[in-house]
Write a protein that binds this ligand. Structure first.
Ligand SMILES: [Fe+2]
Length: 248
Protein backbone atom coordinates (compact mmCIF):
# COMPACT_ATOMS: atom_id res chain seq x y z
CA UNK A 1 0.00 0.00 0.00
CA UNK A 2 1.63 3.12 -1.20
CA UNK A 3 0.56 5.36 1.61
CA UNK A 4 1.64 2.96 4.35
CA UNK A 5 5.00 2.70 2.54
CA UNK A 6 5.20 6.44 2.28
CA UNK A 7 4.49 6.60 6.01
CA UNK A 8 7.47 4.30 6.57
CA UNK A 9 9.75 6.21 4.24
CA UNK A 10 8.75 9.46 5.95
CA UNK A 11 9.75 7.94 9.30
CA UNK A 12 13.06 6.74 7.83
CA UNK A 13 13.72 10.14 6.30
CA UNK A 14 12.91 11.77 9.59
CA UNK A 15 15.34 9.44 11.42
CA UNK A 16 18.18 10.13 8.97
CA UNK A 17 17.45 13.85 9.10
CA UNK A 18 17.83 13.70 12.86
CA UNK A 19 21.18 11.94 12.48
CA UNK A 20 22.54 14.15 9.73
CA UNK A 21 21.12 17.49 10.68
CA UNK A 22 21.07 17.41 14.44
CA UNK A 23 19.44 20.46 15.93
CA UNK A 24 17.43 21.27 12.77
CA UNK A 25 13.59 21.16 12.72
CA UNK A 26 11.83 17.86 11.84
CA UNK A 27 10.87 17.58 8.15
CA UNK A 28 7.21 18.27 7.31
CA UNK A 29 5.12 15.25 6.29
CA UNK A 30 4.11 15.18 2.62
CA UNK A 31 0.61 16.38 1.72
CA UNK A 32 -0.45 12.83 0.87
CA UNK A 33 0.86 11.59 4.20
CA UNK A 34 -1.02 14.38 5.97
CA UNK A 35 -4.18 13.43 4.07
CA UNK A 36 -3.78 9.78 5.06
CA UNK A 37 -3.12 10.59 8.72
CA UNK A 38 -6.11 12.96 8.85
CA UNK A 39 -8.43 10.40 7.20
CA UNK A 40 -7.29 7.78 9.73
CA UNK A 41 -8.31 10.07 12.57
CA UNK A 42 -11.49 11.51 11.01
CA UNK A 43 -12.91 8.10 10.01
CA UNK A 44 -11.62 6.13 13.02
CA UNK A 45 -15.16 5.61 14.36
CA UNK A 46 -16.64 5.52 10.87
CA UNK A 47 -19.20 3.20 9.33
CA UNK A 48 -22.19 3.28 7.01
CA UNK A 49 -24.33 6.34 7.70
CA UNK A 50 -21.89 7.74 10.28
CA UNK A 51 -20.97 11.33 9.47
CA UNK A 52 -17.74 12.75 10.98
CA UNK A 53 -18.20 15.67 13.39
CA UNK A 54 -18.36 19.18 11.84
CA UNK A 55 -14.87 19.87 13.26
CA UNK A 56 -13.44 16.75 11.60
CA UNK A 57 -15.20 17.55 8.31
CA UNK A 58 -13.62 21.01 8.39
CA UNK A 59 -10.18 19.57 9.23
CA UNK A 60 -10.20 17.15 6.31
CA UNK A 61 -11.61 19.82 4.02
CA UNK A 62 -8.68 22.09 4.92
CA UNK A 63 -6.08 19.38 4.21
CA UNK A 64 -7.68 18.67 0.81
CA UNK A 65 -7.99 22.35 0.04
CA UNK A 66 -4.21 22.71 0.25
CA UNK A 67 -3.48 19.78 -2.07
CA UNK A 68 -1.98 20.41 -5.50
CA UNK A 69 -1.67 18.11 -8.55
CA UNK A 70 2.11 17.86 -7.99
CA UNK A 71 1.49 16.45 -4.48
CA UNK A 72 0.08 13.29 -6.10
CA UNK A 73 2.52 13.31 -9.02
CA UNK A 74 0.04 14.51 -11.67
CA UNK A 75 0.16 17.13 -14.39
CA UNK A 76 -2.17 17.97 -17.27
CA UNK A 77 0.32 16.74 -19.89
CA UNK A 78 0.04 13.09 -18.79
CA UNK A 79 -1.63 10.60 -21.16
CA UNK A 80 -4.57 10.05 -18.75
CA UNK A 81 -5.75 13.55 -19.64
CA UNK A 82 -5.23 13.57 -23.42
CA UNK A 83 -8.14 13.67 -25.85
CA UNK A 84 -8.33 10.36 -27.75
CA UNK A 85 -8.77 10.27 -31.52
CA UNK A 86 -10.99 7.15 -31.36
CA UNK A 87 -14.78 7.52 -31.35
CA UNK A 88 -16.91 6.96 -28.27
CA UNK A 89 -16.71 8.18 -24.72
CA UNK A 90 -13.18 9.15 -23.62
CA UNK A 91 -11.75 6.65 -21.11
CA UNK A 92 -11.66 7.61 -17.43
CA UNK A 93 -8.75 6.39 -15.31
CA UNK A 94 -9.06 5.69 -11.59
CA UNK A 95 -5.80 5.80 -9.65
CA UNK A 96 -6.31 3.86 -6.47
CA UNK A 97 -4.22 5.26 -3.60
CA UNK A 98 -5.49 3.51 -0.51
CA UNK A 99 -8.41 1.56 0.95
CA UNK A 100 -9.23 0.12 4.35
CA UNK A 101 -12.61 -0.76 5.89
CA UNK A 102 -13.03 2.85 7.13
CA UNK A 103 -12.11 4.96 4.08
CA UNK A 104 -10.66 4.98 0.59
CA UNK A 105 -8.60 7.52 -1.35
CA UNK A 106 -8.32 7.67 -5.13
CA UNK A 107 -8.07 10.00 -8.10
CA UNK A 108 -10.29 10.17 -11.18
CA UNK A 109 -8.44 11.35 -14.30
CA UNK A 110 -10.74 12.68 -17.01
CA UNK A 111 -9.81 13.82 -20.53
CA UNK A 112 -11.94 16.66 -22.00
CA UNK A 113 -15.63 15.55 -22.37
CA UNK A 114 -15.03 12.57 -20.07
CA UNK A 115 -18.13 11.63 -18.09
CA UNK A 116 -18.62 9.79 -14.82
CA UNK A 117 -22.32 8.87 -15.05
CA UNK A 118 -24.88 9.58 -12.35
CA UNK A 119 -24.17 7.30 -9.38
CA UNK A 120 -24.76 7.13 -5.62
CA UNK A 121 -22.66 6.80 -2.45
CA UNK A 122 -24.83 4.77 -0.03
CA UNK A 123 -24.25 5.62 3.62
CA UNK A 124 -21.07 7.53 2.80
CA UNK A 125 -19.52 10.92 3.41
CA UNK A 126 -17.49 11.90 0.34
CA UNK A 127 -14.94 14.67 -0.16
CA UNK A 128 -14.10 15.58 -3.77
CA UNK A 129 -11.21 17.95 -4.48
CA UNK A 130 -10.80 19.18 -8.06
CA UNK A 131 -7.00 19.28 -8.46
CA UNK A 132 -7.03 20.97 -11.86
CA UNK A 133 -9.35 21.66 -14.78
CA UNK A 134 -13.00 22.58 -15.20
CA UNK A 135 -15.86 20.24 -14.50
CA UNK A 136 -19.65 20.34 -14.62
CA UNK A 137 -21.18 18.71 -11.57
CA UNK A 138 -24.84 17.83 -11.30
CA UNK A 139 -25.96 16.30 -8.03
CA UNK A 140 -29.22 15.16 -6.44
CA UNK A 141 -30.70 14.03 -3.17
CA UNK A 142 -33.89 12.01 -2.89
CA UNK A 143 -36.87 14.33 -2.58
CA UNK A 144 -38.66 14.29 0.72
CA UNK A 145 -42.35 13.81 -0.10
CA UNK A 146 -44.82 13.92 2.78
CA UNK A 147 -47.40 11.13 2.67
CA UNK A 148 -51.06 12.06 2.26
CA UNK A 149 -54.29 10.26 3.20
CA UNK A 150 -55.41 10.90 -0.38
CA UNK A 151 -53.80 7.99 -2.28
CA UNK A 152 -53.62 9.99 -5.51
CA UNK A 153 -51.23 12.37 -3.78
CA UNK A 154 -48.89 9.65 -2.49
CA UNK A 155 -45.59 9.09 -4.33
CA UNK A 156 -46.27 5.35 -4.83
CA UNK A 157 -49.47 6.25 -6.73
CA UNK A 158 -48.15 8.79 -9.16
CA UNK A 159 -44.56 7.60 -9.64
CA UNK A 160 -43.98 4.93 -12.31
CA UNK A 161 -42.54 1.75 -10.80
CA UNK A 162 -38.79 1.95 -10.09
CA UNK A 163 -38.78 5.71 -10.49
CA UNK A 164 -38.08 7.97 -7.56
CA UNK A 165 -38.29 11.70 -7.26
CA UNK A 166 -35.05 13.57 -6.62
CA UNK A 167 -34.13 17.17 -6.02
CA UNK A 168 -31.28 18.94 -7.79
CA UNK A 169 -28.65 20.00 -5.28
CA UNK A 170 -25.83 21.26 -7.53
CA UNK A 171 -25.84 22.12 -11.22
CA UNK A 172 -22.74 24.17 -11.93
CA UNK A 173 -19.30 24.28 -13.48
CA UNK A 174 -16.39 24.25 -11.03
CA UNK A 175 -12.89 25.37 -11.99
CA UNK A 176 -9.79 24.64 -9.92
CA UNK A 177 -8.68 26.00 -7.53
CA UNK A 178 -11.95 25.64 -5.65
CA UNK A 179 -13.08 24.34 -2.26
CA UNK A 180 -13.55 20.56 -1.89
CA UNK A 181 -17.16 19.45 -2.32
CA UNK A 182 -18.69 17.35 0.43
CA UNK A 183 -21.67 15.05 0.17
CA UNK A 184 -23.37 13.16 2.99
CA UNK A 185 -25.45 9.96 3.24
CA UNK A 186 -28.74 11.85 2.82
CA UNK A 187 -27.75 15.39 1.89
CA UNK A 188 -25.33 17.55 -0.06
CA UNK A 189 -26.02 15.74 -3.38
CA UNK A 190 -25.39 12.06 -2.60
CA UNK A 191 -25.96 11.15 -6.26
CA UNK A 192 -23.78 12.97 -8.74
CA UNK A 193 -22.56 13.07 -12.32
CA UNK A 194 -19.22 14.59 -13.45
CA UNK A 195 -18.63 15.96 -16.97
CA UNK A 196 -15.14 17.24 -17.79
CA UNK A 197 -15.20 20.61 -19.55
CA UNK A 198 -11.39 20.45 -19.87
CA UNK A 199 -9.04 17.68 -18.80
CA UNK A 200 -9.31 17.38 -15.04
CA UNK A 201 -8.36 15.37 -11.98
CA UNK A 202 -10.56 14.79 -8.91
CA UNK A 203 -9.20 13.50 -5.65
CA UNK A 204 -11.93 11.51 -3.90
CA UNK A 205 -12.07 10.46 -0.24
CA UNK A 206 -14.90 8.07 0.66
CA UNK A 207 -15.80 7.15 4.22
CA UNK A 208 -16.68 4.31 4.39
CA UNK A 209 -15.76 2.93 0.93
CA UNK A 210 -18.06 0.95 -1.38
CA UNK A 211 -18.42 -2.63 -0.18
CA UNK A 212 -20.71 -5.08 -1.96
CA UNK A 213 -20.71 -7.61 0.89
CA UNK A 214 -21.90 -4.87 3.28
CA UNK A 215 -24.57 -3.66 0.85
CA UNK A 216 -22.80 -0.51 -0.29
CA UNK A 217 -22.97 -1.01 -4.06
CA UNK A 218 -22.38 1.75 -6.56
CA UNK A 219 -25.68 2.15 -8.43
CA UNK A 220 -25.89 4.08 -11.70
CA UNK A 221 -29.04 6.04 -12.56
CA UNK A 222 -30.86 7.67 -15.44
CA UNK A 223 -32.40 11.07 -14.84
CA UNK A 224 -35.41 12.57 -16.57
CA UNK A 225 -37.10 15.92 -16.09
CA UNK A 226 -40.07 15.65 -13.77
CA UNK A 227 -42.34 17.04 -16.49
CA UNK A 228 -41.62 14.14 -18.87
CA UNK A 229 -43.83 11.84 -16.76
CA UNK A 230 -47.32 13.04 -17.68
CA UNK A 231 -48.94 10.84 -15.01
CA UNK A 232 -47.26 12.96 -12.39
CA UNK A 233 -49.59 15.80 -13.29
CA UNK A 234 -52.82 13.83 -12.87
CA UNK A 235 -53.65 15.68 -9.71
CA UNK A 236 -53.16 19.01 -11.47
CA UNK A 237 -50.30 20.09 -9.25
CA UNK A 238 -47.69 22.36 -10.85
CA UNK A 239 -44.21 21.02 -11.61
CA UNK A 240 -42.03 21.64 -8.55
CA UNK A 241 -38.81 23.45 -9.41
CA UNK A 242 -35.50 21.52 -9.42
CA UNK A 243 -37.15 18.12 -9.36
CA UNK A 244 -36.07 15.19 -11.46
CA UNK A 245 -37.15 11.59 -11.77
CA UNK A 246 -34.40 9.05 -11.33
CA UNK A 247 -34.28 5.31 -11.82
CA UNK A 248 -31.49 2.76 -11.59
FE1 LIG B 1 -18.86 9.78 -6.91
Amino acid sequence: MRIEKSLESTKEKSRSNKKNRRGKKKSMPSSVQKLFDTCKEVFSAGGAGIVPSPGDVERLQLVLDNMKPADVGLNQEMTYFQRMKSKGAPPITYLHLYECDKFSIGIFCLPPSGVIPLHNHPGMTVFSKLLFGSMHIKSYDWADIPCSSDKTLNPSYFQPSGVQLAEVKTDAVFTAPCKPLILYPAAGGNMHCFTAKTSCAVLDVLGPPYNDSEGRHCTYYHDYPYASFSDLHRNGSPTPPHRTCIYA
